[in-house]
Design a protein around this ligand. Structure first.
Ligand code: NAD
Length: 475
C-alpha cells in the first residue's frame, strides 16, 4: 500500500509531521490503496510564506520567461502519462482508455496551450490616455477536487503561474497520486523554489488557506456547498475569487432534431466517468410526443454500456470513487423510485459486479421538475428525463434549477439551436453535438460558480488591471 506523506514547500519535499491520515481504496477491488497524511495550519503558513517570498522575482521574469517552465512541466508529465492514467483510473474509476485521453493527455495539452498565451495575450493595453497593465494578483490558494484531479489542478496552476502569481495548491486528499507526479515534474522543470507549493490535507488545510491573511486570491473547484462556505470566508478579506462548482446540466431536444444522435451524446456525457463530472448532462428534456421513442433509444443505449473493471479495455463505465459516493447516489435513486418515476434503465436492483463501488447506469423518466433528482447534483450515473409541451416550457425547464454550468441544444438546424442556446443560463452550451473547446471560457451561472477557466478568460482571472493615466494620449 502506498503512503503519501510529503508536502512540497519552497522547492523541497517536506515530510508531513502531523500523524492524522485518511485511507483511500481501490474503486474496483475495494482494497486499501493508499494512506494520505494530512497537513495542518503550520504547513499552510510555511507554504504561503514561501509563495510570498518567491512572488516578486517570479513576476519580474515576465510571461516570456515564465512560459518555458509550463512547457517543461508538460514534458515531465508526459513522460509518466501511462502511470498517471493508471493511477487516476484506480482512484476515481474511469476506464483506462478514457483516463489516458481525458485525465492525462488533455491536461498536458492545456499546460502547453496556456504557455502559448505568453505570445498572444495583451498584458498591457491602451485605453484613451491610460496605459492599463494587467498585473498578477499575488499569492493564489488553489483548492481542487478529486474527479478530474490533474485537469482541475492544471486549469488553475498553468494560468496562475503564467500570470506571474505564485501558488499554494491544496489538492483533494481523495485522489493524491497526481500530486506526487506533479512534484516530480516541478523538480524536473527546475521551477524556482516557492513558485508552486503543495500542501496535502483535507478541509482543515483548505480553511487555513482560505482565511490566511497573505493569500490574495482563492481559486476553488468543488461542490457548491463547500464553495459557498469558502466564498463567504474569503469575502471577509475581499480576496479575489474564482469558483468552479456543481451542475445539473440539461440537454434540450427540440422537435425535428436528430433524436438518435441526441440520445447517444447525452448518454455518453451523463455516464462519462460514472457520472462524476461537474458538466455532465444529467437531464434530458424532450417533447412529450417523442417520449416513447426516446425511452426505447435510451434503454438501448444504456444497456449497451459495459460496466466493469476500468483496467479492461472493453469497459465503458467503471465504479464510483468510494463507498460514500455510492451511498449518496443510492439515496437519490431510492427516493426517485419511491416517488414512482418511470424506470427506463438500470435502477437500484440492476445487477452490478459484486466487488467495487458500482452503480448501474440508470435512467428515470417522468421526473418531476421540483423533485430532488431534477434539482440537485447526484454525481453518479443517473439521467433524469423530463417532457415539455412547447419550446418556452422546454427552456424554462432547462433554466429551472439554481445551477448553470453546461447545456446542450439539439435542433433541426443550427440557427434555431443557437437561438435557443442564447436563452439558456449556462456557461457552456453545445449545439447539435459540437465538440468541447478548451480555449473557450468554462464556468457557471448561478450556483455553478463565479469566474471562468480556460484560454484568455482563465488567464484574466489571475490578473488585476492597473490604469496609469498619461499626460499625453498614449499612441
Ligand atoms: P468538495 O467540495 O467536497 O471538495 C473540494 C476541495 O475542497 C477538496 O480539496 C476538499 O478537501 C476541499 N475542502 C473541503 N471542505 C473545505 C472547506 N471547508 N474549506 C476549504 N476547502 C475545503 O468537492 P469534491 O467532492 O472533491 O468534488 C466534487 C464536486 O466538485 C462536485 O460538486 C462537482 O460538480 C464539483 N466540480 C466542479 C467543477 C467545475 O469546473 N465547475 C469541476 C470538477 C468538480
Amino acid at each position: 500500500m502506498q503512503s503519501f506523506s510529503e508536502h512540497y514547500i519552497n522547492g523541497a519535499r517536506q515530510r508531513i509531521l502531523e500523524r492524522e491520515s485518511v485511507c483511500i481504496y481501490d474503486s474496483t477491488t475495494e482494497a486499501p490503496l493508499a494512506t494520505v497524511f494530512l497537513g495542518n495550519r503550520d504547513d499552510v503558513d510555511a507554504a504561503v510564506q514561501a509563495a510570498e517570498r518567491a512572488q516578486p522575482a517570479w513576476q519580474a521574469l515576465g510571461p516570456d520567461k515564465r512560459a518555458p517552465y509550463l512547457l517543461a512541466i508538460a514534458d515531465a508529465l508526459e513522460i509518466c502519462a501511462a502511470e498517471l492514467a493508471h493511477d487516476v483510473s484506480r482512484e476515481v474509476g474511469m476506464p483506462i482508455k478514457l483516463s489516458r485521453r481525458i485525465q492525462v493527455d488533455a491536461p498536458i495539452a492545456a499546460w502547453r496551450a496556456t504557455a502559448t498565451l505568453a505570445d498572444t495575450f495583451q498584458f498591457t493595453r491602451v485605453v484613451g490616455n491610460s496605459r492599463v497593465t494587467l498585473t498578477p494578483v499575488g499569492v493564489v490558494a488553489a483548492i481542487t477536487p478529486w474527479n478530474y484531479p490533474l485537469h482541475q489542478i492544471t486549469a488553475k496552476l498553468a494560468p496562475a503561474l503564467l500570470a506571474g502569481c505564485t501558488v499554494v495548491l491544496k489538492p483533494s486528499e481523495l485522489a493524491p497520486a497526481v500530486t506526487q507526479r506533479l512534484i516530480a515534474a516541478c523538480e524536473q522543470a527546475s521551477l524556482p523554489p516557492g513558485v508552486l507549493n503543495i500542501v496535502q490535507g483535507d478541509a482543515t488545510v483548505g480553511q487555513a488557506l482560505v482565511t490566511h491573511a497573505n493569500v490574495q486570491m482563492v481559486s476553488f473547484t468543488g461542490s457548491t456547498a463547500v464553495g459557498c462556505q469558502v466564498a463567504s470566508k474569503a469575502a471577509e478579506r475581499m480576496k479575489r475569487l474564482s469558483m468552479e462548482l456543481g451542475g445539473k446540466s440539461a440537454a434540450l431536444v427540440l422537435p425535428g432534431a436528430d433524436l438518435a444522435r441526441a440520445i447517444k451524446a447525452t448518454v455518453g456525457s451523463c455516464f462519462l466517468n460514472s457520472g462524476q463530472t461537474c458538466s455532465a448532462i444529467t437531464r434530458l428534456i424532450v417533447a412529450r410526443q417523442d417520449y416513447a421513442l426516446c425511452r426505447e433509444l435510451l434503454a438501448q443505449a444504456a444497456n449497451a454500456l459495459t460496466l466493469g473493471d476500468p483496467a479492461d479495455s472493453n469497459t465503458r463505465v467503471g465504479p464510483l470513487l468510494c463507498a460514500k459516493q455510492r451511498e449518496r447516489v443510492h439515496a437519490y435513486m431510492a427516493e426517485a423510485e419511491q416517488l414512482g418515476v418511470d424506470l427506463i434503465a438500470g435502477g437500484m436492483d440492476a445487477p452490478v459486479p459484486a466487488t467495487g463501488f458500482f452503480v448501474a447506469p440508470t435512467i428515470y423518466g417522468n421526473v418531476a421538475a421540483n423533485s430532488r433528482l431534477a434539482q440537485e447534483e447526484v454525481f453518479g450515473p443517473v439521467l433524469a428525463v423530463q417532457c415539455y409541451d412547447n419550446v418556452q416550457e422546454a427552456i424554462a425547464l432547462a433554466n429551472g434549477t439554481q445551477y448553470g454550468l453546461a447545456a446542450a441544444v439539439w435542433a433541426a438546424d443550427t440557427d434555431t439551436a443557437e437561438t435557443v442556446a442564447n436563452s439558456l443560463r449556462a456557461g457552456q452550451v453545445d449545439i447539435n453535438g459540437a465538440r468541447f473547446n478548451p480555449a473557450a471560457p468554462f464556468g457557471g451561472f448561478g450556483l455553478s460558480g463565479l469566474g471562468r477557466e480556460g484560454g484568455d478568460y482563465g488567464l484574466d482571472e489571475f490578473l488585476e488591471p492597473r490604469s496609469v493615466q498619461l499626460p499625453e494620449p498614449a499612441y
